[in-house]
Design a protein around this ligand. Structure first.
Ligand code: FCB
Length: 463
């Protein structure tokens, strides 16, 4: 079969996050997170569900590791629930919470699967939200460092790969501008403050992780898409510039030592999102901290954005962004399928930002194929989606991108935040009534990719 191979030691894995799979939200001393609170607020989640049970991974982790082993996964990216470790946000450590992750890590290593731990995948202890306003307040960056310190001191002898934050854009803008994720505010000014405190907390945590973990590799995961103007008009080009600045450069530039982008500071001042003095939360020395050198960058890639400007006269023709959905295939999330965007982004990160090591820390698709009468889950569209994205990654490697690994989102169907259980991203089917897991066709195909360290090039018949 025609096949495109990957470099030796290329890491094939899958990813999950704590609130989306663990359940057991009030067991063994775990305190409430902002997601527990948000999910239980009427009207916030499309199907009115929450993560109280989810995939019961907290109790089924042994079986889930066996499943991963059977698929031949080399690595597993999971997140650590802060409210299990520090139920008061800071201070007293809950040993039972640490024990859970310690057992999980031992189980993974026994199965020959390397753990990649994400520290913050959105489940902030509610108590920090109540006491200081969560990430709005600078002190939450210090609380995060405390959390990182406690976790890495306990797991650092065995976990060598650390991701400080998952998708700071979501923590800031989905949660504080758009209001569709916890804690659910609609206040752009606050979102900007949050973005800074999250980046600051990353920079503060990196040296702590390095100190506690001999041989650590530390990075951060950003979600990015490519911003494409909808037409040749100058206005649409400007809309694409603005969107790229808001979504990607706002995080990338400070992380890579370039300060917050000047065009975005100017836009935000003009739009009234920032005072004339600019981002006042950014104190002397912060930018140096944020730019602390990391070992890798994680990229979560799902789709692209096509931008059209609408001129709004009362807002002085400042760039406004509206998505124009091109006539192409979409997943059930309504996200355009655009594999070449992954190649383009990886190349951009390599050549424009000089990133030395990259992982795709998430990529995957929501399609709802259910088991057929033989108990098989024929998820051909997901299989094709993954194949096309793997090929795009290989094309990026051909172009010189130092891509070290690829984590499929997600290991199994799980709680998709504000979409509840309505979206299935897993390569493994989960029956939420019985908690039975069934590897879908995409998982069986992925097993073959991992075993061969190669992907069939799409000309071959699908298996
Ligand atoms: C990413 C999140 C992940 C999951 C996927 C579909 O933004 O990191 O938790 O929800 O999207």
């Amino acid at each position: 079969m025609p096949a495109l191979s990957f470099p030796d030691k290329f890491v094939w894995g899958s990813a999950t996050s704590a609130y989306q799979i663990e359940g057991a939200t009030s067991e063994d001393g775990r305190s409430e997170s902002i997601w527990d609170r948000f999910a239980k607020t009427p009207g916030k989640i499309v199907d009115g569900t929450n993560g109280d049970v989810a995939c019961e991974h907290y109790h089924r982790w042994r079986d889930d590791i066996a499943l991963m082993k059977d698929l031949g996964l080399m690595a597993y990216r999971f997140s650590i629930a802060w409210p299990r470790i520090l139920p008061n946000g800071r201070g007293a450590v809950n040993e039972k919470g640490l024990d859970f992750y310690s057992r999980l890590v031992d189980g993974l290593l026994e199965a020959g699967i390397e753990p990649y731990a994400t520290l913050f995948h959105w489940d902030l202890p509610q108590v920090l939200q109540d006491q200081v306003g969560g990430w709005q307040h600078r002190s939450t960056a210090d609380a995060f460092v405390e959390f990182a310190d406690v976790v890495s001191r306990r797991l650092g002898d065995r976990v060598k790969k650390w991701i400080t934050h998952n998708e700071p854009w979501c923590t800031a803008f989905l949660s504080y501008e758009k209001g569709i994720q916890a804690p659910g505010f609609k206040d752009f000014r606050k979102a900007l403050a949050v973005s800074h405190h999250v980046l600051l907390s990353h920079g503060l945590a990196v040296p702590v992780l390095r100190k506690n973990v001999p041989g650590a590799e530390v990075g951060i995961t950003l979600n990015m898409n490519i911003a494409v103007p909808a037409s040749p008009s100058a206005a649409d080009h400007d809309a694409a510039r603005h969107y790229d600045g808001y979504f990607s450069r706002w995080f990338l530039d400070p992380l890579y030592g370039r300060h917050y982008p000047a065009d975005m500071i100017a836009d935000y001042i003009a739009l009234g999102h920032l005072p004339p003095e600019g981002l006042t939360e950014c104190k002397p020395g912060d930018l140096e901290i944020i730019a602390t050198q990391c070992d890798f960058l994680g990229l979560n890639y799902y789709s692209r954005a096509v931008l059209r400007s609408t001129k709004v006269p009362e807002e002085q023709n400042l760039p406004r962004t509206v998505h124009v959905q091109p006539a192409s295939e979409q997943t059930e999330m309504g996200w355009e399928v655009y594999p070449d965007g992954l190649r383009q982004l990886l190349i951009r990160l390599t050549y424009e930002y000089g990133v030395q090591k990259l992982y795709v820390t998430e990529n995957g698709a929501a399609y709802s194929e259910a088991p057929d009468k033989n108990g098989r889950v024929p998820d051909q569209r997901r299989l094709q989606f993954l194949r096309d994205h793997f090929i795009a990654a290989r094309r990026a490697i051909d172009a010189g991108v130092p891509l070290a690994g690829y984590f499929v989102w997600s290991l199994m169907d799980n709680y998709e935040w504000d979409r509840g259980y309505s979206q299935r991203f897993g390569i493994v089917w989960v029956d939420y009534e019985t908690q039975r897991r069934i590897p879908k066709d995409s998982a069986l195909w992925y097993k073959g990719v991992i075993a061969a360290n190669a992907v069939d090039d799409g000309n071959a018949p699908a298996t």
